[in-house]
Ligand binder design. Structure first.
Ligand code: ATP
Ligand code: MG
Ligand code: MG
Length: 550
């Protein structure tokens, strides 16, 4: 990552540092609205803001953009803090836009006194009509020329709760003929008699985004305020307020938001999935939320790597979710301990292995690391479970697993040869009978026999059971938000497959959520947070290869 060329935001920062702007200081902020859990799109913003500050010796504030009392909640504040920390970042200050309500109110009075803001009694429909259209200028509100004294008095009355919701707003007095619709006397404050999660009932007027965000940036002396492209048309207003108020000149820069295919990425839509029970909660492992990815077994390193790889663009695009999967495979391949688990078991009996005998074999934890990071004992006996798909009654050519007369190696154990099999009345194979070659033990094989395939297995008397959850994409289409009708019509009905009775190595009873394991040949897994010692539950993080077929 050190070798890649600078992205356009880094170029701006380096230029600012060179010219001495902002006293050669970099202070960024991550400004979530606490109205939902963070998703992978937010992770991009987090990595960008915190990463920039880290790279240039600056700092980053975590600022809750909590100016809308109706949708915000303390539960979300806590989850956001947990997620940012988990991603590996530390904020300089934990701040709340609502802590600035007094200052922002005084900023509004300043603009009123400068003749740059007025109280408007027009209805929302009237205000919309007054704004005009992009090709035609707007028309002044009949209240636009109220005196400063009257505006001050009315605004104070708005604050004191004298008027019901919607009765009045405070508008900036800018330019009704501006080609930029945001400059046509935008609303600064609205009346909302609503309880706020932090300020309680102190306020019944709340500033709009455009009269809160830049002001908060300026109060904190943020140098580079990074936001997504849809805020480009807001920038002249951002700068106008700062100039008129003569406050610290924070600057806004815009980058392309992260879009990922086969999912939705707006908190409003994710909330619908939660509230309507389409998923188990915000941290359902199929969700694109940071908490969902964590529960699924994604690591902070993989998510940071993903954000670095997609980079910072000036144009919108949709990133293929397989890149995210690539990043977690890369990470877990290096770190995950290997274990065996049989998800769809059928019994294999080794007819020439003594009944009642057990021997202890050895398997390394991680073949990617010199020394294997230690290992574990694996019990072996006459009766094993293997994967049903590893046997075929009439195998095709190049089926290097088991079938009548075929040989295969059992991982960490012996070569076996299929001699016979048993079927039930319905025609299902219930038992595979093999002989083993005693001289073929892994690591000390003197048999001289070469077999192409290796399969995993679990000794029947030693097997532990677990529930295993396999996930697929949450939606069947690439961009559900842009399809006809409701996006929820495009949910993938097969996004979760639960295997009640998988057999796993005894050693996996020590697994903890977040520690990744490779179940060899089956993918990467982690323990689910609802797992109990009585009922172990594993989530598949990702398959070993990109095996998804449209
Ligand atoms: P949503 O549309 O999901 O509700 P939001 O922008 O309203 O997202 P905020 O809580 O306001 O959510 O976002 C906090 C920060 O994260 C903002 O600076 C926002 O620009 C950024 N952000 C949100 N979504 C994305 C995304 N998909 N890609 C990059 N940055 C994002
Ligand atoms: Mg927002
Ligand atoms: Mg939003």
């Amino acid at each position: 990552s050190e070798e890649r060329s600078l992205n356009f935001i880094e170029e701006i920062v380096e230029e600012d540092l060179r010219t001495g702007k902002h006293n050669r200081r970099v202070l960024t902020r991550f400004p979530p609205e606490p109205n939902g859990y963070l998703h992978i799109g937010h992770a991009k913003s987090i990595c960008l803001n915190f990463g920039l500050a880290q790279k240039y010796g600056g700092a980053t504030n975590l600022r809750f953009d909590d100016t809308n009392p109706v949708t915000e909640d303390t539960e979300y504040v806590e989850s956001i803090k947990e997620d940012v920390r988990w991603l590996g970042f530390n904020w300089a200050n934990e701040l709340y836009a609502s802590d600035y309500f007094d200052i922002i109110y005084s900023f509004a009075l300043t603009l009123i006194r400068k003749g740059l803001a007025y109280v408007d009694d027009s209805t929302p429909e009237e205000i919309a009509a007054q704004k005009g259209t992009p090709t035609e200028p707007g028309t002044p509100s009949p209240y636009r020329d109220r005196s400063i004294e009257e505006n001050v008095q009315l605004f104070e009355e708005m604050k004191d709760g004298k008027y019901p919701d919607g009765a009045k707003v405070l508008r900036a007095k800018i330019d009704l003929a501006s080609p930029n619709m945001h400059m046509r006397d935008p609303i600064m404050y609205r009346i909302k008699h609503a309880h706020h999660h932090r300020t309680g009932d102190k306020w019944c007027i709340y500033p709009m985004y455009d009269f809160a965000h830049g002001q908060s940036d300026s109060i904190e002396e943020i140098t580079h305020s990074l936001c997504t492209l849809e805020f480009i048309p807001h920038r002249p207003l951002y700068e106008w307020f700062i100039e008129q108020l003569e406050i610290f000149p924070s600057r806004q820069y815009e980058f392309a938001r992260l879009n990922l295919n086969y999912t939705v990425m707006s908190k409003r839509k994710l909330l619908q999935l939660v509230n309507e029970g389409h998923v188990e909660g915000w941290d359902d492992p199929r969700m694109p939320t940071i908490s969902g990815l964590r529960r699924r077994g994604y690591t902070p390193a993989a998510i940071r790597d993903f954000c670095e790889r997609i980079g910072v663009a000036k144009r919108e695009n949709i990133i293929d979710v397989s890149l995210l999967e690539f990043c977690i495979r890369e990470d877990l391949n290096k770190t995950a301990w290997r274990r065996m688990a049989v998800l769809d078991p059928v019994k294999l009996v080794i007819t020439n292995y003594p009944e009642g005998q057990t021997e202890t074999l050895h398997g390394e934890n991680n073949p990617e690391v010199e020394g294997g990071e230690g290992g574990r004992d694996i019990p072996f006996s006459r009766e094993l479970y293997i994967e049903r798909e590893d046997f075929m009654e009439v195998p095709p050519k190049k089926f290097f697993r088991l079938g009548p007369g075929l040989m295969v190696r059992l991982k960490h154990a012996y070569i076996v040869k299929c001699e016979d099999f048993v079927k039930d009345e319905a025609g299902n194979v219930t038992e595979i009978q093999c002989t083993y070659i005693p001289e073929s033990k892994s690591g000390q094989d003197t048999s001289g026999i070469n077999v192409k395939g290796t399969i995993h297995w679990i000794s029947v008397p030693h097997a532990k059971t677990a529930e295993v959850r396999l996930y697929d994409r949450l939606f069947r289409v690439e961009d559900p938000a842009n399809e006809d009708g409701d996006f929820k019509e495009y949910l993938n009905p097969d996004s979760l497959q639960i295997i009640q009775n998988a057999y796993i190595e005894d050693d996996l009873t020590t697994a903890v959520p977040g520690k990744g394991y490779q179940f060899i040949r089956k993918g990467y897994f982690t323990l689910d947070k609802h797992s109990t010692p009585e009922k172990l539950v594993f989530n598949r993080t990702v398959t070993l290869k990109d095996g998804w077929v449209k």
